[in-house]
Design a protein around this ligand. Structure first.
Ligand code: NAP
Length: 299
């Protein structure tokens, strides 16, 4: 999702020499393949949007996979970039790297000030390691390797896998399926009370390309919309977008995760960037680009 939004943004800004590889062409877990690719191509700048990503259940159960693969992808690309002489790199961390009991909104200074949320600790540890590798190469070797910390994202090319997706795409899909089947109720995981912040992925891509063009060389920086809503409010917005008219039921036996996750994006907002896609418009666009809508249009 993030990679394709970056490509859209870069192409819209006129960048033509984009080096893009699928997993089949370059497995980022393969260190010698990654080092060889970077040494041959010597990119001027690298955006690391690749990662093993998933929702709360996948993070909590595939713990070893999430830790190992994200450590490996980050280490291969960041160290490989340094060895290949690439001076500029942007690394995508995640809002889950902040402590579970972090003061809200979560400012960049709160990183590593307390224990992490247990359900996604392995993923967060790997992301923190990547961020620290960037920071350390910046300090030790003067590389311009920066990290961005986005809020929860949604938009085109989101992951709608029933067992492995984040809350917003999971809700969109399930509301669509409930409407198609005419289900009288839609069960939502958790109590509905946790609060979350969402950013439309093209707004993130615009922020990142702007930072790159401005030559930002500072510490890790939060990128969020600046406001949050409860999962209950999100579910209501989703069913209204999808046109599902059944009842919402909240299953409090399922895990809620961290109670609140709002980024303090004041440093990013001070650069002049601000998101332009509100939740209602963003949900509509996400819905229109979802795989089932594309399939309907193709039929
Ligand atoms: N989604 C969010 O809400 C969110 C929020 C904050 C931060 N972020 C960060 O943004 C970044 C991108 O997230 P996303 O949502 O765009 O994830 P995504 O849609 O799952 O994209 C991840 C990409 O990484 C590729 N990849 C994974 N393992 C690979 C490997 N071994 N070799 C080559 N490619 C590999 C995947 O390829 P395949 O398609 O072949 O699997 C996929 O294209 C992540 O670092 C994530 O932490 C995301």
């Amino acid at each position: 999702m993030v990679g394709s939004a970056l490509v859209r943004q870069l192409q819209a800004r006129g960048y033509r020499h984009l080096l893009l590889r699928t997993r089949a062409e370059l497995d980022l877990l393969d260190q010698s393949a990654v080092f060889g690719f970077l040494a041959r191509e010597r990119p001027a700048m690298i955006f690391i949007a690749a990662a093993r990503v998933g929702g709360i259940q996948a993070n909590n159960t595939l713990r070893a996979d999430f830790l190992y693969e994200n450590l490996q992808i980050s280490a291969n690309l960041i160290q490989g970039a340094h060895q290949a002489g690439t001076q500029r790199l942007m690394y995508f961390a995640s809002n889950c790297i902040y402590p579970r009991a972090c003061p809200q909104p979560m400012a960049e200074e709160h990183l590593l000030t307390g224990p992490l949320e247990p359900t996604n600790e392995p993923y967060a540890i790997a992301k923190i390691a990547g961020l620290k590798l960037c920071e350390s190469l910046q300090r030790q070797h003067g590389r311009d390797y920066i990290s961005v910390i986005p809020a929860s994202l949604y938009g085109p090319n989101d992951n709608y896998d029933p067992a492995n997706s984040h809350v917003l795409p999971a809700l969109l899909r399930r509301a669509h399926e409930a409407r198609e089947r005419g289900d009288p109720e839609l069960v939502v995981w958790g109590s509905g009370t946790p609060r979350r912040e969402f950013l439309y992925v093209d707004d993130l891509a615009q922020a990142c390309v702007m930072l790159a063009e401005q030559g930002y060389r500072g510490p890790p920086i939060n990128i969020g919309s600046g406001s949050d809503l409860s999962i209950r409010e999100l579910a209501e917005a989703v069913v209204s977008t999808v046109g599902y008219r059944g009842r919402l039921v909240f299953d409090a036996s399922k895990p809620d995760g961290i109670p609140r996750k709002l980024l303090d994006s004041s440093r990013m907002l001070a650069t002049g960037w601000q998101p332009t896609t509100g939740l209602t418009q963003g949900l509509r666009m996400a819905c229109d680009s979802a795989p089932w809508q594309r399939a309907l249009r193709a039929a």
